[in-house]
Design a protein around this ligand. Structure first.
Ligand code: HEM
Length: 508
């Protein structure tokens, strides 16, 4: 009884206090918030976002400008939608905007934010990130797994060849997802598929609960109630994931003591060799690297790598299927660089200039993270004359940036890879009109691996095979509807029938 009375009082009080605060901040000339649409009591602008928030937000930004404020429940949010504004938030004032908001489900999955992706800005995050970028995700380490990716790709091509010989339509979304998961698991654990665990099921549940709209993240005072049961589901899935990791780590500890791995260490081996080593010699706050850190980093790597690379490959394949002219140019380039009868090697990738333009064009129109990963401001700050309050959620509108006709010209919505020909615009985070991997302190540390995954898989798939849509569907009729979530994937799976292009003996 007492609890429900308190709940009603809170429900009335919180919006009133928020309203008073907002009035005060907007009436004080030193506290002028960026413009934004008027919201409803309690929910603010949440009702305006719909099922495809990136599209709704981009429409609103056209009206309210490149720095727009929204109220998402009780959370103040700032949407950034122009290259100039993105530079202000991600470069000029990067330190103030480099934190992450509290996200209930992410906290549950990441061992209480012990990894990097959802950890607030500070010495702990800096140490962990430095450790990941210097010890795990370096070009040297990633390239040392090229032999493994080649092997997995060989199995993949072989299985497609079998389907091609009987003209069977393939669920491209499904088989590419399995391949990427196998590649990442081999890099992390030394094994592609382990029948003892349902890793696909675990990742699916993590993506679903992590990508769901969670009331608790917008009305933190409702957290404990777990109205949608998302926290309960996340706890269960987190337990399954933890049991799997515990077993894998135990096995690595035993095997690690028994035999030398001959330079074929996986990420768990590398992480275990660092366990109990105190890091942070340059920072005042060092910490002991323990088992929970190992598990939290593994989670970041799986979560950061699998769904992102998968989603990106499927968008590129969809665009190529829809644009036979572009597909044919990519295949011609592959014939010239790789030869008409060979497997694509990672060494070929730097010579495939047109393929790189295709990948960029696809990421421009279909950024894997259309609203990036939210940042949070750590102090009150004035940006471009606007007051940005401490603890605002910063939303970088990657989707809107990629489709802005002021930046990309009138044909911004068309798929034309040639727009990157002779252009200096790259995706490394220096060109703020195009930041599919983010930029600045929080920019993606897995960019090198992500790009290899996308380029290698697409190159191999279109070099060895032609891909036809089911009978009766012309390329231009392929649906390109989106599904919003942690990553923005196609709504429908891509289904296509492969036909062999290169001679069989070279495919095995
Ligand atoms: C197509 C591939 C990928 C894309 C498009 C992508 C994109 C992104 C984006 C947009 C962010 C957020 C940047 C920000 O907050 O400003 C991010 C962060 C991150 N990514 Fe990636 N990513 C990809 C692949 C990978 C891979 C392969 C890994 C690891 C093996 C990875 C690990 C991470 C981590 C750990 C973070 C969090 C960084 C932090 O908070 O400090 N990503 N990624």
């Amino acid at each position: 009884m007492y609890e429900s009375t308190m709940f009603v009082i809170l429900l009335i009080l919180v919006p009133i206090l928020l309203l008073v605060y907002r009035r005060w901040t907007t009436s004080n000339p030193h506290h002028k918030l960026p413009p934004g649409p008027r919201g409803l009591p309690i929910i603010g602008n949440l009702h305006m976002l719909g099922t495809l928030p990136h599209r709704a937000i981009t429409e609103l930004a056209k009206h309210y400008g490149p720095i727009m404020s929204l109220s998402l429940g009780s959370v103040p949010a700032i949407v950034v939608s122009s290259p100039q504004a993105a530079e202000l938030f991600l470069k000029t004032h990067d330190t103030v905007f480099a934190s992450r908001p509290k996200i209930q489900v992410a906290e549950l999955y990441s061992y209480g934010v012990k990894g990097i992706a959802f950890t607030p800005y500070g010495p702990y995050w800096r140490n962990m990130r430095k450790f990941c970028t210097r010890e795990l995700l370096t070009t040297k380490v990633i390239d040392s797994f090229a032999w493994m990716r080649k092997e997995e790709l060989g199995f993949f091509v072989e299985s497609i060849r079998e389907a091609a010989s009987s003209r069977v339509a393939l669920d491209v979304t499904k088989i590419v997802g399995e391949l990427i998961q196998d590649m990442i698991c081999r890099m992390l654990f030394g094994k592609s598929r382990d029948v003892r665990f349902d890793l696909s099921g675990i990742l699916e549940e993590m993506t679903e609960t992590g990508g769901a709209f969670n009331i608790a993240d917008y009305f933190p005072f409702l957290r404990a109630l777990d109205l949608q049961g998302l926290a309960r589901r996340a706890r269960r899935t987190s337990k399954d994931f933890d049991e799997m990791l515990e077993l894998i780590i135990d096995e690595h500890e035993v095997i690690g003591n028994l035999e030398e791995k001959n330079g074929k260490e996986d990420f768990v081996d590398m992480l275990l060799s660092l366990k109990n080593r105190t890091t942070g010699t340059n920072d005042q706050l060092g910490f002991t690297f323990d088992r929970a850190n190992v598990k939290a980093i593994i989670l970041d790597m799986i979560f950061g790598a699998v769904d992102t690379s998968h989603t990106a490959v499927i968008w590129v394949m969809s665009e190529l299927t829809r644009h036979p002219r572009v597909m044919s140019r990519v295949q011609k380039e592959l014939e010239m660089v790789v030869g008409d009868n060979d497997i694509v090697e990672e060494a070929h990738l730097s010579k495939l200039d047109y393929l790189y333009m295709v990948v960029k064009e696809s990421l421009r129109l279909h950024p894997v993270a259309p609203l990036s990963v939210p940042h949070e401001s750590t102090e009150d700050i004035l940006v471009n004359g606007y007051h940005i309050p401490k603890k605002s959620r910063i939303i970088i509108n990657n989707w809107g940036l990629g489709r802005d006709s002021n930046v990309w010209s009138e044909n911004a919505l068309e798929f034309i890879p040639e727009r990157f020909s002779g252009s200096k615009i790259d995706l490394q985070g220096q060109d703020f009109q195009f930041i599919p991997f983010g930029s600045g302190r929080r920019g993606c540390p897995g960019l090198h691996l992500g790009l290899i995954n996308i380029q290698l898989l697409v190159a191999q798939m279109v070099h060895c095979f032609d891909w036809d849509l089911s009978t009766g569907t012309s390329p231009t009729e392929l649906e390109m509807d989106e599904k919003f979530g942690l990553t923005m994937s196609r709504l429908d799976h891509l289904v296509a029938t492969p036909t062999v292009r290169v001679r069989e003996k070279h495919l095995t």
